[in-house]
Design a protein around this ligand. Structure first.
Ligand code: ADP
Length: 421
C-alpha cells in the first residue's frame, strides 16, 4: 500500500510517500516514491520541495501560513501530473505520523483515535516544542484525508522497555510520581530500525544479540538494545542528556546551572538557549556545530576544534563501555545518522583501543566504507561486530503503519518495567 509519512515541526512539514506491505517489509523491498519538505511555514516565502527518483527536483515558493495549508499543498503536488507520483490522493491508503513524545502510556505505534489524540495532548507538557506541532499536522491530515487510517509513531516508545533503575533520576521521588520526571529517551524509531537491521546483517536472530546503537546526527544518542529491547539510552527527560551534540551540552553537573545563573546573571530562557543552542561541538570549538567543519578545522590545527572532536568521541567510547557492562557483554556496535554513517574518523577514534572488549575495527574497511550501504567494518575475527546502517525513520513510520493496520504491531515494552507508584 502507499503510505504518506508526515513529520511536522514548528515551521516545517517533511513528507514521504512509501510503497510498502508486510511482504515487502520482510523482503526489505519497500520503496520511497517521493520525498519532500515544506519549510518556513508562517512566512510569505514558504518553500515546498519534492524529489522523485529519476526526475529533476521541483520547488515552489509561496505564502503558507499554517500546517493545514502546508499539508494541502503537499497533497496537491503529489498529484501534479509532472512533479507528483499519484493519479489521485485516493491512492494513499494510510498516513503515518511522527510524534515525539508518548510519555509512559505508549510502548508501540498506535492507530490514532480520539483517546490517542488526547494522550498526545497530555504529553505536550513533556515536549512543548514538538508535540503541539505534531498534533497540528495530525489534525490537518485527518481533516484532509478523513477516509484513511492515521497511525502515530513515537520517538519515545521504543525506550519504554527501560527498567526503573535506568530511567529514574536520583531526585526526590515525588518529582516522578507528581510530574513524571524521569528518563524517556528519544530517536527510538532509529535505534529500533538499526538494531533490527544489524541482527539481519549478522544473520542472527534479534533475540540473541546485544547491540549498542549510536545515532549520531545533529542530535546524538546511544542505546543499549538487549535482545531487541532498549534497556538504556543516553537521552533523558529531554534530548539534552548524554552525548555531546552539535549545539547541546549532553551530560553535565546540574549544580552548574544555579551557579551560572548567579554569577552570569542570566535568565532561565538564556540558560536554556545556552544548553541547547550554544553548547556542544559549537560551544567548545567556537567554529561550528557541523562535524565536517570540525574535522576540517582539526586538520588545519585548530586546538579547540580538536578538543571538541575528542570530547565527542570520548563520550561515545565511555557509553560503549557502560552499555557493555549494562548488558553483560555486547555482540555489535552500530553507527547511524549523518556523522555515524559518514565519519570514518569519528568511528575510528571512538572505538580505538577497545580490543579488550572484543571490538576490532578493520581500519581500511572503515575508511573506504561506501555511503548508504548496510555494511560491517570490523575485522573478520572481531568478537564484536561494528556495523554501519543507514537509518530511515520515515521507512520505519511507514512500516509501523502497515503493521498496526495488519494487527501485527508488537509492544516494545517488556513486563516488569514499571516503577512503583
Ligand atoms: P539530523 O540530526 O539533523 O538529521 P544528520 O543525521 O543529517 O542530522 O547529521 C548531520 C551531521 O552529520 C552534521 O554534523 C554533519 O556535519 C555530519 N556529516 C554529514 N556528512 C559527513 C561527513 N562526510 N563527515 C563527517 N560528518 C558528516
Amino acid at each position: 500500500m502507499k503510505v504518506l509519512v508526515l513529520n511536522c515541526g514548528s515551521s516545517s512539514v517533511k513528507f514521504q510517500v512509501i510503497e510498502t506491505s508486510l511482504e515487502m517489509i520482510e523482503a526489505n523491498s519497500d520503496a520511497t516514491l517521493a520525498r519532500g519538505l515544506v519549510e518556513k511555514i508562517g512566512l510569505s516565502d514558504s518553500r515546498l520541495a519534492i524529489e522523485v527518483e529519476g526526475r529533476k527536483p521541483y520547488q515552489e515558493i509561496s505564502e503558507i501560513l499554517e500546517h493545514r495549508t502546508a499539508v494541502e499543498r503537499v497533497l496537491k503536488v503529489l498529484v501534479h501530473p509532472e512533479h507528483g507520483v499519484l493519479k489521485s490522493v485516493k491512492e494513499l491508503e494510510a498516513v503515518g505520523h511522527r510524534v515525539v513524545h508518548g510519555g509512559e502510556k505508549v510502548a508501540s505505534s498506535v492507530l490514532v483515535t480520539p483517546e490517542v489524540e488526547a494522550m498526545i495532548e497530555e504529553c505536550v507538557v513533556l515536549a512543548p516544542l514538538h508535540n503541539p506541532h505534531n498534533l497540528r499536522g495530525l489534525n490537518a491530515a485527518r481533516g484532509l484525508l478523513p477516509g484513511v487510517p492515521h497511525v502515530a509513531v513515537f520517538d519515545t516508545a521504543f525506550h519504554q522497555s527501560m527498567p526503573p533503575m535506568a530511567f529514574i533520576y536520583g531526585l526526590p521521588y515525588e518529582l516522578y510520581s507528581r510530574h513524571r520526571i524521569r528518563r524517556y529517551g528519544f530517536h527510538g524509531t532509529s535505534h529500533r530500525f538499526v538494531s533490527i537491521r544489524t541482527a539481519k546483517l549478522l544473520g542472527r536472530p534479534l533475540e540473541d544479540v546485544r547491540i549498542v546503537t549510536c545515532h549520531l546526527g545533529n542530535g546524538c544518542s546511544m542505546a543499549a538494545v538487549d535482545r531487541g529491547h532498549s534497556v538504556d539510552t543516553t537521552m533523558g527527560f529531554t534530548p539534552l542528556e548524554g552525548l555531546l551534540m552539535g549545539t547541546r551540552s549532553g551530560d553535565l553537573d546540574a549544580a552548574i546551572l544555579p551557579w551560572v545563573m548567579t554569577m552570569e546573571d542570566v535568565t532561565l530562557s538564556q540558560l536554556n538557549a545556552m544548553l541547547n543552542k550554544h553548547s556542544g561541538l559549537y560551544g567548545i570549538s567556537g567554529v561550528s556545530s557541523d562535524m565536517r567543519e570540525i574535522e576540517h578545522a582539526c586538520a588545519t590545527g585548530n586546538k579547540r576544534a580538536r578538543l571538541a572532536f575528542d570530547i565527542f568521541c570520548y563520550r561515545i567510547r565511555k557509553y560503549v563501555g557502560a552499555y557493555a557492562a549494562a548488558m553483560g557483554g555486547i555482540d555489535a556496535v552500530t553507527f547511524t545518522g549523518g556523522i555515524g554513517e559518514n565519519s570514518s574518523l569519528v568511528r575510528q577514534t571512538s572505538l580505538a583501543g577497545m580490543e579488550f572488549l572484543g571490538i576490532e575495527l578493520d581500519e581500511e574497511a572503515n575508511r573506504v566504507a561506501p555511503r548508504g550501504k548496510e555494511i560491517l567494518v570490523s575485522k573478520g575475527g572481531s568478537k564484536v561486530a561494528v556495523a554501519l546502517i543507514p537509518t530511515n525513520e520515515e521507512r520505519v513510520i511507514a512500516r509501523d503503519t502497515v503493521r498496526v493496520l495488519g494487527g501485527v504491531m508488537p509492544s516494545f515494552a517488556v513486563p516488569g518495567t514499571e516503577a512503583p507508584r
